[in-house]
Design a protein around this ligand. Structure first.
Ligand SMILES: [Zn+2]
Length: 68
């Protein structure tokens, strides 16, 4: 099978790292929330399970077709 154009599924698990306490954790889609786009990049936020600080994750969109 050859993928001509990959689909656009949201990643189900994202790995966050907390800048406040250094915790690294994986969050399910039910745990984090989508913040928005800046250009190609997507931003997600999740509360740190250790210190409750808000962690923001940037997911680079790479070579997608330029939707914003
Ligand atoms: Zn933390």
């Amino acid at each position: 099978m050859k993928i001509v154009k990959p689909g656009d599924l949201e990643p189900t698990k994202l790995r966050f790292s907390c800048e406040t306490c250094g915790c690294v954790f994986e969050a399910d889609a039910s745990d984090y929330s989508f913040m928005g786009y800046t250009g190609y990049d997507k931003y997600y936020r999740c509360d740190c399970p250790t210190c409750n600080n808000e962690c923001v994750l940037k997911v680079e969109g790479g070579d997608q077709d330029g939707r914003t």
